[in-house]
Structure formats: structure tokens, C-alpha cells
Design a protein around this ligand. Structure first.
Ligand code: CTP
Ligand code: MG
Length: 214
């Protein structure tokens, strides 16, 4: 097998107020849309769901129970992927609007064999400042926006490297950070403004608008 995909859908959606990944978006569930688009590149798709929700596959080839953190859920997905997969693509179920072309772009970037990973990124429009802490929001510095990108999923990795990156069971909000931490080179490919992550209820409307514009 060349490419396998993990769709992580085991979160509780605290900011949203429910398990947003199973909500309806214009007639189909958010999770099933994400599984479907992962098929653009993956011969095998595993969906990682909350432990009490493993009875539904959402169209995936395998269903496994997730863990208490996103990273733990990715590890659960990795355990269900055959050792023969060369590339593993990790995708947030909560980003159902990523295009098939974006999946192809991150996988194709790995044709450069010096890379361990490829992830979508967008330039940042706002000026970004670092503060002491959320409780003490005094500005420490203003960052150089031209060298910053906001990253998305799908994120593609050389399978062996992703497994090694997860071996240490560290936590991170994306997989690329774990690959970077073991010295893997990760490239940015152009992200998609429409590839929003469903985070709060307010996101639903803008996502419907993106769908309608297609
Ligand atoms: N996720 C997961 N396992 C977890 C936590 C998150 O599989 N333990 C998944 C979510 O289902 C989502 C993706 O990781 O598809 C990105 O996480 P996020 O948007 O933060 O979703 P939630 O953790 O569910 O939301 P919140 O942080 O508001 O609770
Ligand atoms: Mg979360």
C-alpha cells in the first residue's frame, strides 16, 4: 500500500458545544465528508472516534477508539495502519472542506525525498504579537509576519518517520510539530482559505457559504 489516511474524529467539541464532527453539513455529516475527501489519495482510511462511538464507520475502512488527546488519537489510528504504507496522511475530521487537490499536493510534495512531511499553510493577515501569558497579556514582542504561516490539515508524512515521531508519546496540536521535534524536515504547501476548521458554531455559516460557492 502506498498511502493510508487517518481521520481524527475523537474530540468532544467543547468549544462547539457537542461532537461537531458528527453534525450535519448541507446534508452529510462533517466526518463522512472528511473520510470521503481523504480517498482522493488514500487506499485505506481509518477513522478515530470516541470510545463510545465505534459502531459507525462514516464510510471509512476501519474504525478505532481514540484517546484523551489529539496526539493519542493519531497514535490509535497509526496502530491500525499496515506497515506496508509508505505515506500516512493525517486529517482533522473537523476540516471537511479540504479539497482533493490539497490532499494530492501534500502527498506529491513528498516526492522530494529530503522531506519527512508536507503540510498546508496560509500567510497570516493580522500582525501577530507574543504576550507574557493569557492572564498577563502584556506584549513581549511583535513577530515578523512574513516568516509565519497558519497550518492546516491534511498533513502528509513518511510513514516510518511519523511512527518514530509518535513513539515518545509527546503531545502537540499537530503531527508536524512532533516530526520537527525528531529532526524531520517539513515543507509548507499552499493551504486553502476555504479549508476552515469547524471550531465554534459561528464557523458553520461560513462553511456553508464555501460549499455554496463551489
Ligand atoms: N480529536 C481527536 N481526539 C481528541 C481530540 C481531538 O481525534 N482527543 C480530533 C477532533 O475530533 C478534531 C481534530 O482532532 O477532528 C481537531 O481537534 P479540535 O478541533 O480541537 O476538536 P475538539 O478537540 O473536539 O474540540 P475542542 O478542542 O473545542 O474540545
Ligand atoms: Mg481540541
Amino acid at each position: 500500500m502506498d498511502v493510508a489516511a487517518i481521520v481524527v474524529a475523537a474530540g468532544e467539541g467543547e468549544r462547539y458545544g457537542s461532537r461537531k464532527q458528527f453534525c450535519d453539513l448541507a446534508g452529510r455529516s462533517v466526518a463522512s465528508r472528511s473520510v470521503d475527501v481523504a480517498r482522493a489519495v488514500a487506499e485505506f482510511v481509518v477513522i478515530v472516534v470516541p470510545p463510545d462511538a465505534t459502531s459507525e464507520s462514516h464510510g471509512a475502512d476501519a474504525v478505532v477508539a481514540g484517546g484523551p488527546s489529539r496526539a493519542a488519537s493519531v497514535r490509535a489510528g497509526l496502530a491500525a495502519i499496515a506497515g506496508t504504507a509508505r505515506v500516512v496522511v493525517v486529517h482533522d475530521a473537523a476540516r471537511p472542506l479540504a479539497s482533493p487537490a490539497l490532499f494530492h499536493a501534500v502527498v506529491r510534495a513528498l516526492d522530494d525525498t529530503s522531506l519527512a512531511g508536507a503540510v498546508p499553510g496560509l500567510a497570516i493577515a493580522d500582525t501577530v504579537k507574543r504576550v507574557n501569558s493569557p492572564d498577563d497579556p502584556i506584549v513581549v514582542e511583535t513577530l515578523d509576519r512574513t516568516t509565519l504561516v497558519a497550518v492546516q490539515t491534511p498533513q502528509a508524512f513518511v510513514a516510518d518517520t511519523l511512527r518514530r515521531a509518535h513513539d515518545e508519546k509527546r503531545e502537540a496540536t499537530d503531527d508536524a510539530s512532533l516530526v520537527e521535534a525528531i529532526g524531520g524536515k517539513v515543507a509548507i504547501v499552499p493551504g486553502e482559505p476555504g479549508n476552515r476548521k469547524l471550531t465554534t458554531r459561528d464557523d458553520l455559516e461560513s462553511m456553508l457559504a464555501v460549499l455554496e460557492a463551489r
